[in-house]
Design a protein around this ligand. Sequence first.
Ligand code: NI
Length: 174
Amino acid sequence: MAVLEILKAPDPRLRQPASEVTTFDDELRAFVDDLEETRLHGPGAVGIAAPQVDRLQRVVIVDCSHTRKPVPNHGHLVLINPEITEWEGHEIGREGCLSVPDYTGNVFRASRIRLTAQDLEGRHQEFDMEGYEARAVQHEIDHLDGLLFLDRVVSRRTDLFQRKTYRKAGEPAG
Ligand code: NI
């Protein structure tokens, strides 16, 4: 296992769309182990996406089971080729990102989503998610499409905040 280097904005590599995973093998599993170690390194984050470590594939890890305030969640998830198939409602919430370490921002996201994804063996799964976990997944899927939360802040003037200490508030970082 290894901690991988996290690309930071404005690195242009964060702006490229990632390709679908078609091979579910030991190499993919070894990469996901490294991605997980990277997610947990340093301040830790609820989520991480493969493009953040310079691998342009549709791979995401999300784990909302250790938040300070408990939230509805599905535990530790490795999501391969995740797709949101239904959106419902919307709410504003604060987000951070390992690739944007100096800022947090207020972002609109759907309150509830239905998600399909494959697991590490390539099996198809479906999830209904809400709130914080739904937000984390929407944030990570954006990374797969070359988007950052900075692109979605409600207003750059009033909804983007410089961090005083990293991850003080425990907001989603990924
Ligand atoms: Ni992020």
